[in-house]
Write a protein that binds this ligand. Sequence first.
Ligand code: NDP
Length: 275
Amino acid sequence: MDLTIASRVTLSDSVEMPWLGLGVWQTPAGRATRDSVRHALECGYRLIDTATLYGNETDVGVAVRESGVPRKDVFVTTKLWNSDHGFDRALRAFEESDRRLGLGYMDLYLIHWPAPRLRGESWEALVKIKESGRARSIGVSNYTVEHLDELLASSPVPPSVNQVEFHPFLYQRELLEYCRRHRIQLEAYSPLTRGHRLRDPRVVEIAAKNRRTPAQVLIRWGLQHGVVEIPKSQAKERIRENAGVFDFSLSPKDMAALDALTQDLHTAWDPTGAP
Ligand code: NDP
């Protein structure tokens, strides 16, 4: 696997998406978000993952515009929140996110959560948004195999991406294989287990052996499984550290040892069984 920080995966709709991005959940709006996004772009990140829920779309937009990086080179994702489901409401919510970001178009617009009843209508709105060219790609987040089955059966337009929690302690092998079969790119949120397992002795041991940090090992593990990774950090040095994942690789033995850590650990939220 010969990836660099500039590498992109081609989605089923032919849009190219970077393999590594910066997440900004819980990064406070204002200076903190602007600085994180600026540092990430300086380090070579070209994907920024925000959401209406995070309250920092405006600052993501400002930081991207002020960065000097051409708009077309940056891939910006935002998400439709639960209170905005339904056809008309989703269209309106998109308008508002688009205005807050102020970037002219969105690269990826996701349904944040498989909200009951209205998610089908919301998907139709996203399809319309994609057809208008104002979002280059559309997708979903927190969708299980059951939610994806329902969506694929009801719409001729499949999601390009499914963003879910994914790390060695939640190795969602069945979902990964399902998405691969249907050409839906899996994107890992909370790839660092939100910090909860960075001191796990088995991760620490593999990191020491590879002369890397535990965070780098977890990100590299996801990349080697063909998953897009969006670690969050507000610290300049950790944003840089998390990008240092393209000049080493984990051996099949290390990959298998990490795979074996899975224990159904959900650190954000768990959509299993969501109606
Ligand atoms: P992560 O797994 O990325 O972990 C972030 C935590 O790890 C922060 O506390 C951060 O602290 C710390 N950290 C970052 N880098 C390092 C490092 N190198 N060494 C030690 N600690 C480190 O968690 P997130 O939940 O934030 O997930 C990433 C992104 O995924 C989110 O920001 C968001 O964009 C997206 N997401 C999407 C969800 C969805 O439902 N679609 C749900 C959850 C997340 P510090 O900032 O101080 O460095």
